[in-house]
Design a protein around this ligand. Sequence first.
Ligand code: ADP
Ligand code: ASP
Ligand code: MG
Length: 421
Amino acid sequence: MPGTVVMKFGGTSVADAERLKRAAHRIVAKREEGLRVVAVLSARGKETDRLIADAQEVSENPDPREMDMLLSTGERVSCALCAMAINDLGHRAISLTGSQAGIVTDTSHTKARILEVRADRIHAALDEGDIVLVAGFQGVSTAKDVTTLGRGGSDTTAVALAAAVGADVCEIYTDVPGVFSADPRIVPDARKLTVVSFDEMLEMAASGAGVLQLRSVEYARNHGVRIHCRSSFDDAPGTVVVSEEETMEHPLITAVTHSRGEARVTLVGVPDSPGLAGRVTTALADANVNIDMIIQNEPRSAGTLAEMSFTIPRDDLPTAREALEPLCAELDMRLETDESMGKVSIVGAGMKSHPGVAAKVFSTLGANEINIEMISTSPIRISCVVPGGQVEDAVRALHSAFELQGSDTIRPEQPFGEFAS
Ligand code: ADP
Ligand code: ASP
Ligand code: MG
């Protein structure tokens, strides 16, 4: 049986008619190599942002179910248009919504998880020789409602379909030539990584490297899917995400990542009694809010009150507030928030066996007058919460302190504007 490939095109790669036709040509070229092709498309350009703004114009707190009805339309437009372009190239293409493609999710609107892919319709179309286009970022819930998979979710659609159809590779076509040692928009001499291990890519995605959605990397690792992240503007190979055994070397530090969308929540006047941290975190988990860093200050003397701070995605702040209000009222705690926090992290499988990395991170930030507000670590990551306005300086300082720049950077003759959306 011929091989199968899943190709995913991000928003910038289908932003206008010319780019959409370019994607159609690429898809057709793969089909003409004799491969069975499933393509996943994102909404065009900044369409998802526009739809979110539309919702906010008519409602302060839009209903999540209706939000999903709205947001899922962006990807449908891309797929229908691309199918038309492919048909004009003399091939047969069929576009499917997430629901038609058999992507079944749980019922958490706006950040649903894929539970199962019932790919019979895709298989039938592939058997007919058709090219199958699937609208990314969406599915149908077990309650038969349209759901979306969280920002960047088309990556996860692509990986889940790759697993379901047994694809040889899941190609993620995007607006940069691969995964870099830092966001190349902030660090122009960042190095393109030829390979990156699942462990490192998971830490990178979790700490802000939005080039691959975190869940897509988790899904790929759990289902043994090979991801190849590459440019939609040229044919050069990009970055392959591989298992730990396949990585030849373990550099001390692989990448510096960052995120600007952090908010800090502090509970003041927390009674020092067993079980409280559990109640706070359970309330947030029940509201589907992911906590990142947590710090709890011990009360200085018996009978006094403690403070508990944690970071969450800024977009989750209204939900978090609502979830914690009853607890604050019951225990007479006060809730303070800071919405302008950022986070900078370094990731590298080699740091496990090298002491002194943390010291270098902290002294580099200190030397650049960047105050560290919170710290968290994993065996292969160190993250610091810093003031939002200093994130970019922090990324550049760490990237150069750990000498991550390399020859395989975005070349000057490759106009960076090409990558700009
Ligand atoms: P798409 O629309 O194709 O899904 P995204 O905007 O989601 O594209 O992801 C690509 C962007 O990720 C790049 O334009 C880049 O600015 C950003 N990015 C952040 N960190 C990295 C990194 N370490 N390597 C490459 N790109 C990164
Ligand atoms: N269009 C969605 C977003 O902007 C999903 C995606 O592009 O992956 O987040
Ligand atoms: Mg993306």
